[in-house]
Design a protein around this ligand. Structure first.
Ligand code: ADP
Length: 603
């Protein structure tokens, strides 16, 4: 009773001690952990184990890609035996097919009865090992056929496969590809560069046929004693290759390959971790069926751009990595800001164009009004000048009459002098032309023409106005002087309108001087103002403009005359501004008003 009672008391404590002892997992890696694939695998395994947190994990790297042979194996075995003599190992994880073989050979001696989880064994390799006691693991599936499917996806109408890698017996992940070549490549030409030295490979891959793709299984040495991680070897090959490179392992994806059905180390490691947890949870390794982990179609976006491969042509379920964000994705806010700024700018431009259109329309209308008003002003001025016009017409008409009467008399004589008659007729003709010219000028002046510019000589058109005004001037006892700048003053302008300006200014001057008993003088001077414009001044000897009215005289309807309309100067200013000139008035120090205007010279 006592013994049974004691046993019952101690049993739970023993169980707790057994349960509480931290589990130990020994991870044996086949290859150098600095290699990205095994690193990812180990990371995936650790992630799962560390999440549980109850384990001590030991890890050893057997370095089987670079070392091998019975002596090496013996050294390894002795080393592990000594090192782990006092450590209880609960589960062994064998990463890589070579590691599994070694582990199985050593297990009875080093860790009898300890379950083994293999990570990464190809189905064929597993089958070759036969039935294994107390073993489970992760079976990988990465067939050459899948690699060829990837190659077909990236090269349309593929007809040639180029195999690049170390000899098949030196491969671990892709060893079985060697056996699959005949079945997987049927219907395709095969360029076999497997086992060649690096220098030779580099030469050959630079000159491959158009419809070919390279399938890269891994080069570990250059054949001359230098060993590299297969990703580094791939970088060298990709630099020279003239065709896309298909691979079967995730770390090769950013080493110059376009991608392909790839094994992902982290997934395989995580699968192995889950199996370890199940075993430590109490399941028998032999009862847990192996997990199968397929390669996944992974592709490199940058290489797809280089080889002009669209996502649509990739196998279903493909994952595209290293996608560089488009400009829009990368600079979303900046792009939005630029687009908004452009939109605002476009809106502003449209608004300004609309405004400009309105302004042009308004300018056209105001031009039309100006033309109309100028016409009215010309009619009024012509009315004022009607006496001089009549006089100008009377002169030739009078001579015509006198000449006609003289001719009649000559014809009445017995022996008419035909030579004299001819001269008289020539006189009549000239006088008629003179009268006709007066009428023509008057009609042109009174015509209601739109604003029109052409090349004109300012001296000439001012001379014409002065001729027109001469009769009126002498009738009003005014001395008119024209002091023209030598040569021509070529400007672009509307001759009728510019004549109207001169006419208005001279008539105003004559009006102003009406109060003077004598000494009525108007001088018109034309001068060059530098090389780019002409200045025209009309100066009179009248009373001048009251100082407080100097600014007002150009206002519409400003007049001091009982019969005045007050539009002459305002029209003159409008005309000069339309000719891109300026007009202003001042009083001369010696008395009298002076009006000046400038006009740009024609180029
Ligand atoms: P209007 O001749 O019908 O009065 P204008 O616009 O031609 O209209 O002239 C406006 C006013 O400017 C005149 O009424 C006059 O008071 C003044 N003015 C124009 N020219 C002279 C001048 N040469 N001397 C003095 N005053 C002048």
């Amino acid at each position: 009773m006592f013994i049974v009672g004691l046993f019952a008391l101690l049993l739970p404590a023993c169980l707790t001690a057994q349960e509480g002892r931290p589990h130990s997992v020994l991870v044996l890696d086949q290859s150098n952990l600095r290699g990205p694939f095994y690193y990812a695998l180990s990371a995936g395994l650790r992630e799962v184990l560390d999440a549980d947190g109850r384990f001590t994990t030991y890890s050893e790297n057997l370095d089987l890609t670079r070392f091998g042979g019975a002596a090496y194996e013996e050294v390894l075995k002795r080393y592990l035996k000594e090192k782990y003599r006092d450590r209880k190992i609960d589960v062994i994880v064998a990463n890589g097919p070579g590691t599994l073989e070694y582990t199985l050979r050593w297990r009875e001696e080093l860790w009898p009865g300890t379950p083994v989880v293999f990570a990464m064994l190809e189905a064929v390799q597993l089958a070759r090992l036969g039935w294994l006691a107390n073993v489970t693991g992760v079976v990988i599936r990465n067939s050459l056929a899948d690699a060829i499917t990837s190659a077909r996806a990236v090269v349309p109408a593929l007809d040639t496969i180029v195999l690049v890698g170390d000899s098949w017996d030196r491969q671990s992940l892709f060893r079985h590809w060697g056996d699959e070549i005949p079945a997987a490549t049927s219907g395709l030409k095969v360029i076999d560069l497997v086992g060649l030295k690096m220098a030779e490979i580099l030469k050959r891959v630079a000159d491959l046929p158009e419809r070919s793709a390279i399938v890269y299984s891994g080069v570990f040495s250059d054949g001359a004693g230098t060993y590299y991680p297969p990703a580094n070897a791939l970088r060298l090959i990709a630099e020279k290759a003239n065709r896309p490179i298909v691979v079967g392992a995730e770390p090769l994806l950013d080493a110059g390959a376009i991608g392909g059905h790839s094994l992902t180390g982290r997934d395989i490691g995580a699968d192995a971790g889950k199996l370890v947890l199940r075993i430590l949870g109490g399941e028998q390794a032999g009862d847990i069926p192996p997990i199968t982990r397929d390669s996944r179609p992974l592709f490199n976006w940058k290489q797809m751009q280089r080889w002009n491969v669209s996502e649509a042509s990739l196998p279903a379920g493909s994952e595209v990595r290293f996608h560089e964000p488009t400009f829009l994705e990368q600079y979303r806010w900046q792009s939005l800001a630029i687009v908004s700024a452009l939109l605002i700018q476009a809106g502003l431009i449209t608004f300004l164009l609309h405004e400009r259109h309105l302004r042009q329309h308004a300018e056209m209308e105001s031009n039309e009004r100006m033309t109309e008003l100028a016409h009215v002003n010309r009619q009024a001025t012509t009315g004022e000048l009607s006496s001089s016009i009549a006089h100008e017409l009377n002169q030739p008409l009078g001579s015509i009459l006198t000449n006609a009467e003289t001719a009649e008399l000559i014809l009445q004589s017995d022996n008419p002098d035909l030579g004299e008659i001819r001269e008289i007729l020539a006189d009549i003709k000239r006088d008629d032309q003179r009268a006709g010219e007066v009428i023509r000028r008057l009609r042109a002046f009174l015509k209601r023409t739109p604003f029109e510019t052409r090349d004109i000589d300012l001296n000439e058109i001012i001379g014409e106005v002065f001729k027109f005004l001469s009769v009126q001037a002498s009738a009003r006892n005014v001395a008119l002087y024209l002091q023209a700048a030598p040569g021509m003053l070529r400007i672009k302008g509307d001759p009728i309108q510019l004549q109207q300006v001169i006419l208005n200014l001279v008539v105003n001057a004559m009006d102003a001087m009406a109060v003077l008993p004598y000494g009525r003088t108007v001088i018109c001077r034309t001068e060059l103002n530098g090389g780019s414009s002409a200045v025209i001044s009309i100066v009179d000897s009248g009373p001048g403009i009251p100082a407080d009215k100097l600014a007002q005289v150009f206002d519409p309807f400003f007049t001091t005359k009982t019969q005045g309309m007050g539009i002459g100067l305002s029209i003159a200013r409008t005309i000069i501004l339309a000719h891109k000139g300026q007009i202003w008035a001042e009083n001369q120090s010696g008395g009298g008003a002076a009006f000046h205007f400038t006009l740009p010279l024609a180029a």
